[in-house]
Design a protein around this ligand. Structure first.
Ligand code: FES
Length: 465
């Protein structure tokens, strides 16, 4: 549903600037760089201003005819305006559901009598569970309002470096506070995990050196502090440590949840998203890596989200695309109308297929490098943990059919749910015992795939379907 607000707009501000200043969330996926066309709004006559050609090009014919505008282009007047009615057309609630599923909590630890809240701070979504005496008593989630500063961590890092750090921090804190406001009981402490960028944005740590050379985070270790809400409530806070810029506390929490600190058996862990983070190992030795998968698995170009893999498998099996990923005639130019079972078919373009080929190849090549550097073969693997929303609903047969994973892992794949959230719960239930997470970090080594001599050859090999 669309959202309506009355806002004020200062001289020289765009509507996007004004919305951000007034803490109103809007999908500004390109961070106001006039590229994504997502920040769609309607303005009343006070706010209306002439649309530029560049703005009109990002909108459809119907949208232009209906007076739809883009917030990052719209600059209502050269003077302060007290009241403009803005209708935001981004329909936040129609996005994919937020994954809050975790395994059964392990209550065999000393801290099990505590009441605490575990938060997974994701780039797109935030999920929370409240635990009391080892039982999950409350679950909630919401979209990460930092989408007003870009859809991904790169845009948001640039926004922070460009001076929007306070706005970014406030967005996230506001989301967390809103979730805390809904708690039926007051927790004794909070546990957070998130990727390295999101934690930096939350804490106001500078991202300059992570985005630019030497590409190092400002901080990766445990964060033990107090969290103070906008109403002045104070909670002891623990934030799960990261391994590096790419292997964040969310992945460390996931490895902890999946038993990498205790198991003798060697397993694989994969979290599919814009970055495919992965790990192999057991309690004695772990290798981690991150493969840049691009937007394909986040459903940016194909609006079928987790059906992406299924769709590719079906197109390949029916001969609509060949081994090289080329759409056969007559679909090469116009795209293939893929029937998702809901409303109108989705047009799959050659570019969409390329994005998926690249994402698939990045993940598969990363896994092959990890297996090889670990000295393991697929048959040595005990389990393949598939973390996150996409892993949870992934059709394994389709994933194997397009070569996302080695065939011999077919019966080892385990949809593991929101392992970042589950890791926070496990940590809280341990009575905040750092030992296992510290041991994961001690035995972990990151492989930088782009520096690996075999990565390019594997990447080209696995581009094929
Ligand atoms: S066009 Fe991307 S934020 Fe406005």
């Amino acid at each position: 549903m669309n959202r309506e607000y009355i806002i004020n707009c200062k001289k020289d501000e765009t509507v996007l600037d004004a919305l951000r200043r007034q803490n109103i969330t809007i999908k500004a996926f390109c961070n106001g760089h006039h590229k994504c066309g997502k920040c769609r709004i309607l303005l009343d006559e006070t706010g209306i201003c002439e649309a530029s050609y560049a703005e009109m090009r990002l909108l459809s014919e119907d949208e232009n005819a209906d007076g739809v505008r883009l917030a990052c282009f719209s600059q209502p007047a050269g003077q302060d305006i007290d009241e403009i009615k803005v209708t935001i057309l981004d329909e936040l609630e129609n996005d994919a559901p937020i994954l809050t599923a975790t395994g059964e909590p392990d209550t065999s630890h000393t801290g099990a009598l505590n009441t605490f809240a575990a938060f997974d701070l994701g780039t797109t979504t935030i999920a929370v569970k409240l635990i009391r005496s080892g039982e999950e008593i409350y679950t909630d989630s919401r979209r990460n309002s930092q989408c007003s500063y870009g859809a991904d961590v790169i845009s948001r890092s640039e926004a922070q470096i460009g001076g929007a750090g306070t706005g970014l921090m406030e967005c996230l804190r506001d989301d967390i506070d809103t979730l805390i406001d809904g708690f039926p009981v007051t927790p004794e402490f909070l546990v957070f995990s998130g990727n390295t960028t999101i934690i930096h944005l939350l804490m106001g740590y500078p991202l300059d050196n992570m985005v630019n050379y030497p590409f190092k985070p400002y901080r990766t270790g445990w964060i033990k502090d107090d969290y103070i809400t906008r109403d002045g409530e104070e909670f002891p806070l623990r934030i799960i440590p990261a391994q590096s810029a790419y292997i964040g506390g969310d992945i460390v929490a996931g490895l902890y949840d999946c038993g990498f600190a205790s198991s003798e058996k060697v397993s694989l862990f994969v979290d599919l998203g814009t970055n495919g983070e992965m790990a192999i190992g057991n309690r004695g030795r772990i290798l981690t890596a991150s493969a840049a998968a691009g937007p394909a698995f986040e459903g940016t170009h194909i609006n079928v989200a987790t059906d992406v893999v299924k769709c590719m498998a079906s197109l390949r099996n029916s001969g609509i695309i060949d081994e090289n990923g080329l759409l056969k005639d007559p679909y090469f130019d116009s795209g293939y109308p893929y029937d998702t079972g809901n409303s109108a078919p989705v047009i799959i373009s050659q570019r969409d297929i390329r994005d998926i080929q690249m994402a698939k190849s990045a993940i598969r090549s990363g896994l092959e490098i990890l297996l090889s550097r670990y000295g393991a073969a697929p048959h040595d693997i005990d389990r393949l943990y598939l973390a996150g929303g996409m892993g949870y609903s992934l059709d394994i047969d389709s994933a194997l059919s397009i070569g996302l994973f080695p065939e011999s892992l077919k019966h080892k794949a385990v949809p593991a749910g929101n392992t970042s959230l589950a890791g926070c719960i496990k940590y809280g239930l341990s009575g905040c015992d750092d030992k296992d997470i510290d041991s994961i970090l001690e035995v972990s080594q990151e492989i930088v795939l782009s520096n690996d001599p075999d990565f390019s050859a594997k990447y080209f090999e696995y581009m094929l379907f």
